[in-house]
Design a protein around this ligand. Sequence first.
Ligand code: TRP
Length: 320
Amino acid sequence: MRTAADYTFHHAAPEADDFYQEVIDGLSQSSRFIPPKYFYDHAGSRLFESICEQPEYYPTRIETVLLQQYASEIAALAGDGCYVIEPGSGSCEKVRFLLDALRPAVYVPLDISCTHLKKAAACIANDFPWLDVHAVCTDITAELSLPFIPEKTRSMMFYPGSSIGNFDPQDAVDFLACLAKVTGSGGDLLIGVDLKKDKGILDAAYNDASGVTAAFNLNLLQRINRELVGDFDMEAFAHHAFYNSARGRIEMHLISDRKQTVRVDGHTFDFNAGDSIHTESSYKYTIYEFQALARQAGFSPCKVWTDSKDLFSLHYLRAV
Ligand code: TRP
């Protein structure tokens, strides 16, 4: 048997150049946008964990209860000895609630933040000595290739946290279709999806009173300053998040509070007071809307669990 904390590591992280190019391109457009995957440097990953602990941010707590409550039903659907593949695994906390019931052969966490991933994979390997852990540092929004997974292996993709809401709907379909390709026909997907609800609850969840979500959003500018020789003034931008009911999504922006010019490695960007950089969306779905989206990606619904207040949903789907 392998020693505790031992795991296999595969490195396929995006190049630093991608960050540079996406920031320059994103800031050069009239509607400025920076892809949310760049939130997750070391500081960003830690801030994200803290968001999940804020009292206003209900999704993590509710999803965790659902996973604990329905672990044996999930295990019955997945069967023993499957591969569990978790795109965007972060600190690998949620899968812990499934492992004892599920008894998978292999756990494959995939994450863009390498240091964070290595630490999380080592903890899982240490706490579940019977489990084979293959960690892959990769950008899950680029092409997903996991050549070490043997063909015809039964696998269950685990995609919690309503991260699917951070894609625009068509991109969400394309992303799920990629997951279906990796699991192959008959492969499973266990996915957490935040539900449409009262705007007040949604607005509060993305504007926690302690300002952690604001710090998480602003850390993106700090990261640009650090890694791309930028001179963003942190005091001159503010976090702004709100539920856009017409589009069924939370929008997160960084708003310039004055007229200013920002430099990133020799490029200059002019902002007026009120100008925005859109940093993330978080789409909310009804159960029916999400099942329709999943069907377009080649998954058919098996089962869905929700909490008593219908705040959050956990879907079990199978690739056709
Ligand atoms: N995917 C989750 C959501 O949209 C978590 C998340 C991603 C998030 N980025 C965030 C939560 C930024 C708060 C702020 O809710």
